[in-house]
Design a binder for this molecule. Sequence first.
Ligand code: HXC
Ligand code: NAP
Length: 290
Amino acid sequence: MKNLEGMLKEDALEGKTILITGGGTGLGRSMGKYFLQLGANLIIASRKKDVLQETAKKLENETGRQVLPLVCDVRDKVQVETMWAKASQEFEEINGVVNCAAGNFICPTERLSANAFDTVVDIVLKGTSNMTLTAGKHWIHNNQEGVFLNIVTTYSWTGSAFVVPSAAAKAGVLAMTRSLAVEWAKYNIRTNAIAPGPFPTEGAFSRLMPGELADEFNPARKIPLKRVGEHQELANLAAYLMSDYSGYINGEVVTIDGGEWLQGAGEFNHLRNIPEELWDSLEEVRNKKK
Ligand code: HXC
Ligand code: NAP
């Protein structure tokens, strides 16, 4: 299997500068590392200064390229604009933005406070709109091309019980992705999204499968491919969508989930649990009837 290897040519992102919100940890960090390996410069932005600085240092050591860590709470429009201004002082052009920052937790909806609901929606939907408006207006004003990549989830389409604020907010980001793909295409700004299924990260798994739930709801068991995602698999897809090789892809949302969400949709999908011997005996009965 080559799925743990980088897929693109070594210089696929040479000369590009890419900003990743939530780039200090988890999937944002893994995407960032691969972008650096492909020749990009990187800006990572989130709330925790120490986490950002440590990641920046490690990634610089690992790849020999420049990483700029900037503290920013994406919920706050002014902080986002200030962060963009600082990044623009450091780099001549910022060519792409990955909206990856998110907040989430499991909770029965009737137990949520209004503030709990707002907190998740503000990070996911408002954070993405703050970042998108800041970068988009800058690119349009300067007559500059740009690429957005929004990290959503598979339940952006279906919704999901127990993560209602996240589902509502990610559905909003999905709608924003498709809307802007059309509206801003005339400015040569492409907007795409990735909808990952379960990829192990401390941030997601500690909040969504805490304690005993981790064993009981082990996602690998219910995924048709019987495994969770590898970070490099997501990084390969993200790098492609951020690169010029995907220059004609706009408004697409690529699912990367081992077939997880569709298995709940097909009427007869549960038949995959039937053992081969039962299929054999059904076939025997059918043959006898002939
Ligand atoms: C119910 C909760 C809660 C929980 C917090 N709250 N955690 N309510 N159940 N588990 C409530 C609080 O009581 C408070 O409401 C309000 O939410 C805000 O909480 P704070 O802790 O003050 O918020 P803040 O410090 O801003 O932290 C935000 C956070 C936190 C979202 C709550 O978890 C966080 O920082 N997350 C960032 C990283 C993250 O979530 N990563 C996972 C992404 S995975 P009151 O009313 O008491 O004031 C993902 C998709 C995964 O998105 C899909 C997998 C397949
Ligand atoms: P993660 O490591 O917890 O990443 C979330 C990031 O968002 C953190 O770096 C966090 O950094 C940042 N963040 C949170 N609130 C912020 C705020 N207000 N302002 C700025 N940054 C903020 O979790 P992950 O699993 O890698 O998730 C990354 C993305 O993938 C998310 O969009 C998530 O919805 C999506 N996703 C993940 C999975 C999965 O299985 N892992 C599946 C589907 C979708 P700070 O704490 O420093 O702010």
